[in-house]
Design a protein around this ligand. Structure first.
Ligand code: SF4
Length: 57
């Protein structure tokens, strides 16, 4: 993805338990922070790329 898309992205997300989730599988935030699981370092995608902006509904 090119830098020209910064600030113009749409974040698709299926995490319905998050307060920022909206119908149509959309995240309503302009920006999220993707973080690895603390102490993970497993190389498994689910451990290495968690949404750090998640907040419970
Ligand atoms: S903050 Fe993260 S988990 Fe929540 S809707 Fe947005 S992308 Fe999904």
């Amino acid at each position: 993805m090119s830098r020209s898309n910064v600030g113009c992205q749409t974040i698709g997300c299926r995490v319905a338990s998050c307060k920022y989730h909206s119908d149509g599988h959309i995240c309503t935030l302009d920006r999220i922070e993707v973080e690895p699981m603390p102490g993970g370092n497993t190389g498994t995608p689910a451990d290495e790329s968690l949404c750090g902006s998640y907040r419970k509904c």
